[in-house]
Design a binder for this molecule. Structure first.
Ligand SMILES: [Zn+2]
Length: 255
């Protein structure tokens, strides 16, 4: 069984055909999925969808690109959802994204700090989006994330950063870009990491694997990531599927 730990199946890209998307995922052996939110509205959507689909879980939180929308009271609402909604398994996706000039870095940092504190307070894992912000992401985790556990989604760090995250106990998520011929750094990291710290994701509808590049991505395609990891490590794709599913169940406390 495959576990896609990062799929935005609530996205408008699936408005027309989302039952078929779930059917294709099941047919492709994807039995478990996590739908991470990006703001308060999508947090509510992910929860509603998870309630309706066996095997689909939700993460709630405010993404760095949506940080300027954060309001007083959001953290309380997120806390309430995490405590009361059975299928909410994580805070996510949250973090820092310095690719674009907006929202301002201090605005993103303030929201990320709140999200880290919430995950620590409630003892739930965190799903981290870190784009071109490795240093500040690590600083915030060191300062506010004592004992935190979680995953760096679509991991893009250096071997040095990888070592530090391994020591901190983090997991590493790999997505479609791992299958791109020019993803040399991700391929190197994915071939050296301990298999028991790796997760597979689609981040759909984005980051479509090489085999379908240019089309909409969906959870059924997560097997391409497992196959790429297997090829890089010279092992069986079934072994990658089994290990990554076990890892995700352990991290997100899913039976
Ligand atoms: Zn995402």
């Amino acid at each position: 069984m495959l576990f896609d730990t990062h799929c935005h199946v609530n996205d408008g890209a699936y408005a027309e055909d989302h039952p078929a998307v779930f059917d294709r995922a099941a047919a492709a052996g994807v039995g478990l999925m996590i739908c991470p939110a990006t703001d308060m509205e999508t947090s509510a959507q992910c929860i509603a969808m998870a309630r309706e689909h066996d095997g689909l879980y939700a993460a709630v939180g405010i993404h760095p690109e949506e940080a300027a929308k954060a309001q007083d009271g959001d953290v309380d609402k997120l806390r309430q959802w995490i405590q009361s909604e059975e299928k909410v398994v994580a805070v996510g996706e949250v973090g820092l994204d310095y690719h674009w000039p907006e929202p301002a870095r201090d605005v993103q940092q303030a929201v990320f700090i709140d999200m880290v504190k919430l995950a620590v307070e409630l003892d739930v894992p965190i799903i981290i989006h870190d784009r071109e912000a490795h240093g500040d992401t690590l600083d915030i985790l060191r300062q506010y994330g004592k004992g935190i556990r979680g995953v760096f989604h679509c991991y893009s760090g250096s071997l040095e950063m990888t070592d530090e995250l391994l020591r901190m106990g983090f997991y590493f998520g790999f997505d479609g870009p791992l299958t791109y011929p020019n993803s040399k750094r991700a391929k190197r990291v994915a071939s050296h990491l301990p298999l028991d710290r790796m997760l597979i994701e689609t981040d759909c509808p984005y980051l479509t694997p090489q085999a379908h590049r240019g089309q909409r991505n969906e959870p059924a395609y997560v097997h391409y990531v497992a196959e790429e990891i297997a090829a890089l490590r010279g092992i069986d794709a079934a072994e990658v599927a089994r290990a990554t599913t076990e890892n995700a169940k352990r991290l997100f406390a899913i039976p």
